[in-house]
Design a protein around this ligand. Sequence first.
Ligand SMILES: Nc1ncnc2c1ncn2[C@@H]1O[C@H](COP(=O)(O)OP(=O)(O)OP(=O)(O)O)[C@@H](O)[C@H]1O
Ligand SMILES: [Mg+2]
Length: 259
Amino acid sequence: MNIAISNQKGGAGKTTTTLNVAGALNQLGNDVLVIDLDPQGHLTEGLGFEELYDDRDRDALIDTLADLDRISRGDGTDLIVEHQEMDAIPSHERMINAEDELANEMKREQRLGMLLEGVANGYDFVLIDCPPNLGVLTDNAIIATGNVLIPAQAKTTSIRAIELLFKQLRSIETAFDDVQELALVANEVEVDGEAEEMMAWFRDVFEDKDRCAVFEIRKRVALQRAWNAGVSIFEHSEDCDMEGEYLAVAKHLEGFTDE
Ligand SMILES: Nc1ncnc2c1ncn2[C@@H]1O[C@H](COP(=O)(O)OP(=O)(O)OP(=O)(O)O)[C@@H](O)[C@H]1O
Ligand SMILES: [Mg+2]
């Protein structure tokens, strides 16, 4: 099953969610591939692959996405690197030019999907960490997967971001194919009135959608420390009381694969 982790709002928790949901899926015995589609490469850094991000001589994801012939040949497995919990396709500094490079190209929104056809088969789950904007890269991730998991801070400023994202999803459905919202992961939830109101709003909006569920991850420095250590909280030495909630997200996602 392939899933885009998407919310164009910066700092919503996309990268933290990708890393720890991948860690949870791995704990449950799944083979997981994560793809860092963000030109800033935070997930790449969080997995300890910053050297690959900086390596100018390396053939990277963006070089494949920019080359339709190569994607059509099914090339892509050579982009995969191994991490202790998951496999990964890292980002690269050249990805910063991707939006411009792809702007006028044929099949520009479908290229990641074509690439996935060649690489996703060996995995139970492919999670794609999207950049913080609604551009051609995010469109690629959503069209390639047909599934989105939305992380969002439990703050009123998230409402407009989610409404804009829904608009984009519906326009992708009109031009391409159906998109299913799998889950909303409220992130960095604090104990205050605003968070409580937002949790109610999330439940209202997302639990109305077919099989979609809402999860709640609290603000925990252990999540930052795990990221600093290059692993999910499941492999990190420090215990974190959010492991159970990430496992609940992972089990919810496994539920879609029984169909
Ligand atoms: N639940 C949490 N508790 C504490 N810190 C968190 C939590 N979630 C995320 N953070 C921290 O907040 C920052 C932003 O989170 P993250 O990078 O996951 O968001 P993002 O949506 O991927 O951001 P961007 O839009 O820049 O890609 C990071 O420094 C991360 O370590
Ligand atoms: Mg990120």
